[in-house]
Design a protein around this ligand. Structure first.
Ligand code: PEP
Ligand code: MG
Length: 900
C-alpha cells in the first residue's frame, strides 16, 4: 500500500532530503535534519500525492486517516502531550510545502488544538495566561481567514475579508486602551477580543469557530491542500513555470513558541549573505515573537550577529551577544548544514525558553551577484566541484550583473531623498505607481514604473513582475518584497521608513515633499538609496568583476561548444569580444545599404532594367562594402567572421514616398510613372517566400560579385597590413545544392580575381545557411558544395511550422493560453519538430563531410534550453547577440555537464 503520511521526530524520520517530490521541500528537509540529529520539533508530512488525489476527488486516499492517527500518536509519545487533552495539550502547526518553494503563496495555520477544553490546561502548564490567549487570538485570525473563508471559496471585496475585519476590532481595542503595540494588550483585552472575534465570525461567515481540536486539524490540512489552487498560488506558478499538477504536501508539526517571554525568540537566516554572496552568516531575529512577526515586517528585526550590523541597526542587540550559547549552537548547525547540503541554506529557527529548535532548511534563493560569487568561492573552499559551481548559476542570473547601475556622478549630485534596505541590487528608474494593477497596466502601455507600497503581499506579484523596481516602506531583508525581487533579480528597496504612503490618494510624502503617481524616481538597490527624478543608468563593468571572471573561466574550461556573435558593426563586434565571443557567426549585410549615400545606388540597382545599368549601380556600392567588411574583419581579428550575402526581398529597399519617387526618377532619367510601374512590379504577396536570399544572387549575379569582391579586397588589404583575418562567405536561403553551386562559382572566381589582382594570398571559406526544410533533407548533397553549415533557425522555424515570423504575435498568446504551444518556437527551439530537421541536417551533412563545421545563428543561439539541444545535436558553435554571449558561455558549459 502507498504510504501517505511520513513521520519525523527524535532523530528518526521516514523520509529524506531526496523525497522532495513526495514530501515537498520543507517536509523532505525536516526529515533530513531530524535524521542528522538536529533539534526539530516532531511532526509528520502528508504527501503531495494525497493533495493531488484530494483536489481531484474531494476525498482522502484509503487508510490516510489511520496513518495520520498513528503519526500523531508518535508525536504525542515523544512530547509527552496529547492533542486535544485538557491537562497537557499538544498544539501543532499546519503548513504547506511544495516541491519548489513558493514563498507566501500558500497557507499556514498555527496554534491548532487550542479550544475551550485545552486552554485551561495550557494556562496551568505555562503559568502564562496572556501568552495562551495571544496564541488563541492568532489561531482564530488565521483559521477564519485561511480555512473558513479562503478554503471555502468566499471572495470578499478587497479589504473586506474576515482577517481585516478582525484586525479592525483589534485596532479599535488598541485605540480604546490607548496603546500602539499588540504586546501592550492585557490578558483581559485579549479575552474580550477573542469573544468579539468569535461573534464576528459567526455573523460574517455564518458558522461558529470550531471548538474541537480534531476538527481544527482536519480543517487546517484541507485548507492547505486547497490553497494550492488559490489565485495567487496559480499566478505565481504561471510566472515561475511551476506545473499545476504537482500539488503541495502538508506538514503538521509540534508548535514551539518564540513568544514565551524574553528567553524566547524567532529568526530567519541564510548561511551566507544572499544579496552579495559573502561568506558570512546572515540573518534577522526578534525576541519574544513568532515567525510571522519577522516575515510580516511589522517590527524591525534585529541583526543576527555583530558582523551583520549596519549604520541603521547598530543600536539593536544581536543574537550573538543577547544569547551567546544559543547563537554558538546555531553557528554549529549552520556549518553542519552547509557541509551536508554543499550549498547555502535558508533557515528558520525558534528559541523557546532558551532552547533552540530548527523549523526549516532549504537551499537559499539568491540573486545573480550572490550566486556567481558563492559558486566560485565554494569551489575554492573545496565544498563543491567546478561542474557543480557551473550548474549553480542560472544563465539568466548573469543578466543581473550585466544590468544597469545608477550613474555615480548623477547620484552624487542628486542627494538621496530616503534610504531603505538594499534588497535587490542594481539601478532602476521609473514613474511611481501605488498598486500592482496600475504597475501592470502602465507597463502594458509601455511605461517604465516603480511600484511603491507599504509592503507587498503575494497578491501583488503580477505588478512586481511588471515593475522596473520595487520600493516598500516596511519590511526587512527577508520580507516578501525582498524575497520575490531577489528571486527575479530585480532592483528593490524595502523598509524605507521615511516614506509616508497614502495609497488611496496615490501620493507619498518624503522629507516634506509630496510625490504623486506618475512622478519619476530612481532607486539604487545596491545601497538602498532613493532619488527624485530620472537619473542616468550606466552599464556595469564586467572586466572588473572578479567573481564573474572566475565563473566564466570555469565555464570556458568545461564547455565544448564555441560561442560566436551576431554583429554587423565593428562596435558590436568589439562589445561581443569583451563578453567573450570567439568570432562572428552572422554578419547580416542588409542594414549596410540604408545609409543615405548608399540607398540611392541600391535603388538604382533594384529598378535597373538591364544588366549594364544594374552593374553600374551595384559597383557604386563596392567601396562602401569594402570599408564595412574591413571594419568588421579587423574588429574580430584573428577570429573568423561569417558574412552573409544579401538576403531580404528587394521591395524592402524601395518603399518610396512621392518626393523620393521624383528624386529617383530624375536621377535615373526615367518618368515617374515608369518608376512606379517598376516598383509595383516588385511587389510580392508572400515576400518571406519570395525573391530573397540566394534567389537574389542567382537572378542578379552582380550583387554576389560585388559583395564577394568587397569581402576579398578587404581581406587582402588587411592581410597586407599584417592582420590575421578569416572571412567565411555565407549564402542564404539555399534549398537545393544547385543554387549553392551557382553562387559558389561566382564567389570563388572573385577570390581568384582578387588574389591575382593584389598578389596577396589569403584563406576563406564558402558555406551556406541551412534554413529551409529542403536544405535539411538534402543536406548530404548540399554538403558537397559547402565548407560549413549555419542553421538559420528563424527561417527554419518559419518554414517548418508555416508560422510567419512577423505575424505570430496575432495568435501566439492564444496558443500559449490554450497550451497548444508550450513556448514561443521563435524563442526556444521546437526540439521535436524543427529540432529533428536540425539533427537530420547535421547527420546528413557530416555523412558527406565528416568534419563539416556546423553552427547556428538564429535567435535560438542565445537561449539556454536551445543551446542544450544544439550541444546534443553535435554543433560546433552557437552564435547570438553580443549581450547574450556570457549567457551562452554558461549555458554551453551546463549543456556539456548535463550531457556528459
Ligand atoms: C535565420 O533565419 O535564422 C537567420 C539567422 O537569418 P535571418 O534572421 O536574418 O533571416
Ligand atoms: Mg534567415
Amino acid at each position: 500500500m502507498k504510504k501517505n503520511v511520513y513521520f519525523f521526530g527524535d532523530g528518526k524520520a521516514d523520509g529524506r532530503a531526496t523525497d522532495k517530490n513526495l514530501l515537498g521541500g520543507k517536509g523532505a528537509n525536516l526529515a533530513e535534519m531530524t535524521s542528522l540529529g538536529i533539534p526539530v520539533p516532531p511532526g509528520f508530512t502528508i504527501t503531495t500525492d494525497v493533495c493531488v488525489e484530494y483536489l481531484k476527488q474531494d476525498t482522502y486516499p484509503q487508510g490516510m486517516e489511520q496513518e495520520l492517527n498513528d503519526a500523531l500518536a508518535g508525536v504525542e509519545k515523544i512530547m509527552g502531550q496529547k492533542f486535544g487533552d485538557s491537562e497537557n495539550p499538544l498544539l501543532v502547526s499546519v503548513r504547506s510545502g511544495a516541491r519548489q518553494s513558493m514563498p507566501g503563496m500558500m497557507e499556514t495555520v498555527l496554534n491548532v488544538g487550542l479550544t475551550s477544553g485545552t486552554i485551561p490546561g495550557l494556562i496551568k502548564k505555562t503559568g502564562n495566561e496572556r501568552f495562551v490567549y495571544d496564541a488563541y487570538r492568532r489561531l482564530i485570525m488565521m483559521y477564519s481567514d485561511v480555512v473558513m473563508e479562503k478554503a471555502a471559496g468566499i471572495e470578499p471585496p478587497n479589504g473586506e475579508g474576515i482577517r481585516n475585519q478582525l484586525e479592525e476590532l483589534m485596532d479599535a481595542m488598541k485605540e480604546k486602551r490607548d496603546v500602539t503595540l499588540d504586546t501592550d494588550l492585557t490578558t483581559d483585552d485579549l479575552k474580550s477580543l477573542v469573544a468579539q472575534f468569535k461573534e464576528k465570525i459567526s455573523d460574517v461567515l455564518g458558522k461558529p469557530f470550531p471548538d474541537n481540536a480534531r476538527d481544527q486539524l482536519l480543517g487546517g490540512i484541507e485548507a492547505v491542500f486547497r490553497s494550492w489552487n488559490g489565485k495567487r498560488a496559480i499566478s505565481y506558478r504561471k510566472i515561475e513555470n511551476i506545473p499545476h499538477e504537482w500539488g503541495t504536501a502538508v506538514n503538521v508539526q509540534t508548535m514551539v513558541f518564540g513568544n514565551m517571554g524574553n528567553s524566547s525568540a524567532t529568526g530567519v537566516a541564510f548561511t551566507r549573505n544572499p544579496a552579495t554572496g559573502e561568506n558570512v552568516f546572515y540573518g534577522e531575529w526578534l525576541v519574544n515573537a513568532q515567525g510571522e512577526d519577522v516575515v510580516a515586517g511589522t517590527r524591525t528585526p534585529n541583526p543576527l550577529n555583530e558582523a551583520n550590523k549596519t549604520e541603521d541597526t547598530q543600536h539593536l542587540a544581536s543574537l550573538e551577544t543577547a544569547m551567546p550559547e544559543v547563537y554558538q549552537q546555531l553557528v554549529t548547525i549552520r556549518n553542519g548544514l552547509e557541509k551536508h547540503y554543499h550549498d547555502m541554506q535558508d533557515i528558520e529557527f525558534t528559541i523557546q525558553e532558551g532552547r533552540l529548535w530548527m523549523l526549516q532548511t532549504r537551499n537559499g534563493k539568491r540573486n545573480g551577484v550572490a550566486a556567481i560569487r558563492m559558486a566560485g568561492e565554494m569551489v575554492e573552499e573545496g565544498l563543491i566541484d567546478k561542474a557543480t559551481a557551473i550548474m549553480r548559476v542560472q544563465p539568466k542570473q548573469l543578466d543581473e550583473i550585466m544590468h544597469p547601475m545608477v550613474d555615480p556622478k548623477a547620484e552624487f549630485k542628486a542627494g538621496a531623498i530616503a534610504k531603505g534596505l538594499p534588497a535587490g541590487p542594481g539601478g532602476g528608474t521609473g514613474q511611481i505607481v501605488f498598486t500592482a494593477d496600475d504597475a501592470e497596466n502602465w507597463a502594458k502601455d509601455g511605461k517604465q514604473v516603480i511600484l511603491v507600497r507599504n509592503e507587498t503581499s503575494p497578491e501583488d506579484v503580477h505588478g512586481m513582475h511588471a515593475a522596473e523596481a520595487i520600493l516598500t516602506a516596511k519590511g526587512g531583508m527577508t520580507s516578501h518584497a525582498a524575497l520575490v525581487a531577489r528571486g527575479w533579480g530585480k532592483c528593490c528597496i524595502v523598509g524605507c521608513s521615511a516614506l509616508q504612503i497614502n495609497a488611496k490618494a496615490k501620493t507619498m510624502i518624503v522629507g516634506g515633499k509630496t510625490f504623486k503617481e506618475g512622478d519619476w524616481i530612481t532607486l539604487n538597490g545596491t545601497i538602498g538609496k532613493v532619488y527624485e527624478g530620472k537619473l542616468n543608468l550606466i552599464e556595469p563593468d564586467l572586466e572588473k568583476n572578479k567573481d564573474y571572471q572566475i565563473l566564466m573561466d570555469i565555464a570556458d574550461e568545461l564547455r565544448t561548444l564555441k560561442i560566436r556573435t551576431n554583429a554587423d558593426r565593428p562596435e558590436d563586434a568589439q562589445q561581443a569580444r569583451d563578453f567573450g565571443a570567439q568570432g562572428i557567426g552572422l554578419c547580416r549585410t542588409e542594414h549596410m545599404f540604408f545609409d543615405p549615400e548608399r540607398i540611392l545606388a541600391m535603388r538604382e540597382m533594384i529598378v535597373a532594367e538591364d544588366e549594364t545599368t544594374r552593374r553600374k549601380a551595384v559597383m557604386k556600392l563596392l567601396p562602401f562594402q569594402r570599408a564595412d567588411f574591413k571594419g568588421i574583419l579587423a574588429a574580430m581579428s584573428p577570429f573568423p567572421v561569417t558574412i552573409r550575402l544579401l538576403d531580404p526581398p528587394l521591395h524592402e529597399f524601395v518603399t518610396l514616398d512621392d518626393g523620393q519617387i521624383t528624386e529617383l526618377a530624375n536621377e535615373l532619367g526615367i518618368t515617374e510613372n515608369h518608376l512606379r510601374n517598376r516598383v509595383s512590379a516588385l511587389h510580392e504577396s508572400n515576400p518571406m517566400l519570395g525573391h530573397r536570399g540566394c534567389r537574389l544572387g542567382v537572378a542578379y549575379p552582380e550583387i554576389t560579385e560585388m559583395q564577394a569582391r568587397a569581402i576579398f579586397e578587404a581581406t587582402a588589404e588587411l592581410t597586407k597590413e599584417g592582420k590575421t583575418v578569416f572571412p567565411e562567405v555565407m549564402v542564404p536561403l539555399v534549398g537545393t545544392v544547385t543554387e549553392l553551386s551557382n553562387q559558389n562559382a561566382i564567389i570563388n572566381q572573385m577570390a581568384a580575381d582578387v588574389k591575382a589582382e593584389t598578389g596577396v594570398n589569403f584563406e576563406y571559406m564558402v558555406g551556406t545557411m541551412i534554413e529551409l526544410p529542403r536544405a535539411c533533407v538534402t543536406a548530404d548533397e548540399i554538403a558537397k558544395e559547402a565548407e560549413f553549415f549555419s542553421f538559420g533557425t528563424n527561417d527554419l522555424t518559419q518554414t517548418t511550422y508555416g508560422f510567419s515570423r512577423d505575424d505570430i504575435g496575432g495568435f501566439l498568446p492564444i496558443y500559449l493560453d490554450e497550451k497548444i504551444l508550450k513556448n514561443d518556437p521563435f524563442q526556444s527551439i521546437d526540439q521535436n519538430g524543427v529540432g529533428e530537421l536540425v539533427k537530420m541536417g547535421v547527420q546528413k551533412g557530416r555523412s558527406t563531410k565528416k568534419d563539416l563545421k556546423i553552427g547556428v545563428c538564429g535567435e535560438h543561439g542565445g537561449d539556454p534550453d536551445s543551446i542544450d539541444f544544439f550541444h546534443r545535436a553535435g554543433l560546433n558553435y552557437v552564435s547570438c547577440s553580443p549581450y547574450r554571449v556570457p549567457i551562452a558561455r554558461l549555458a554551453a558549459a551546463q549543456a556539456a555537464i548535463r550531457n556528459k
